[in-house]
Design a protein around this ligand. Structure first.
Ligand code: DX5
Ligand code: ZN
Length: 218
């Protein structure tokens, strides 16, 4: 079962509630929230107050993608604000095992993210701890970038490892997922499909979400 995760990064922040509800009507089942600190990635976005406001406009799970240094410092604040899933970057965590435990301890689903230059097999020791693995198919920081084709190999490898290790984590993909790439990522094994500009940049999130989901059915 594939799910569409609209990424609010490309939404109109002045009308965030309406944008999220439109994407939900179009079939989005989890809201993807990009948190950036201007250090780990060269851009700034939002923090717990926005998550708290989102919590009031939707019942869908809020998937917080933490593109920040020292994510441990913010785990509690995001949990209190109403975040449900939290993914942290392999590249940003000196003690990844501890961070994943901390996220679970605060009642959220823990997940790990890898940048395009990071190899999947580095995650083997912690794969049993995560709800999902997020494969970045662009370099994190901005919406609207082009999909990196090598990401398909990583998705396939995660699917193979899941089988080999007898695990049940889900496979998420983020970056450049649009009408021309969505079937490719699903075919490779991705189940949680993040899309920002493909949902929010065309001015009709409900219809664009629906069309993306149709394109994802193989
Ligand atoms: C980028 C973010 C993505 C972003 C994807 O760093 O992690 O979630 O919104 O945008 P698109 O779908 O436009 O590539
Ligand atoms: Zn993201």
């Amino acid at each position: 079962m594939v799910e569409l995760l609209p990424s609010i990064l490309s939404a109109d922040f002045a009308r965030l509630g309406e944008e999220v509800q439109a994407a939900e009507r179009g079939g989005g089942t989890v809201i993807h929230v990009d948190v950036m600190d201007g250090h780990f990635v060269p851009n700034l976005t939002l923090g717990p107050p926005v998550v708290k406001s989102l919590r009031r406009v939707t019942h869908l799970p809020l998937d917080c993608h933490m593109m920040i240094e020292n994510p441990d410092d913010f785990v509690e604040a995001f949990a209190d604000a109403g975040a449900n899933w939290m993914s942290v970057h392999y590249e940003a965590c000196r003690h990844l095992h501890r961070t994943l435990e901390l996220i679970a301890h605060h009642g959220m689903q823990p997940a790990v993210v890898i940048n395009p230059a990071t190899e999947v097999d580095l995650l083997i020791p912690i794969l049993g701890m995560v709800h999902h693995v997020l494969v970045m198919s662009v370099n994190p920081g901005f919406g609207g970038q082009s999909f990196i084709p090598y990401s398909l190999n990583k998705i396939r490898r995660l699917k193979e490892l899941r089988q080999e290790l007898g695990l049940s984590y889900r496979i998420e993909v983020d970056g450049g997922v649009a009408h021309d790439t969505i079937a490719l990522v699903v075919e490779a094994g991705a189940e949680l499909l993040v899309a920002g500009s493909a949902v929010f940049s065309g001015g009709n999130p409900e219809q664009d979400a629906r069309e993306l989901l149709e394109a994802a059915q193989l």
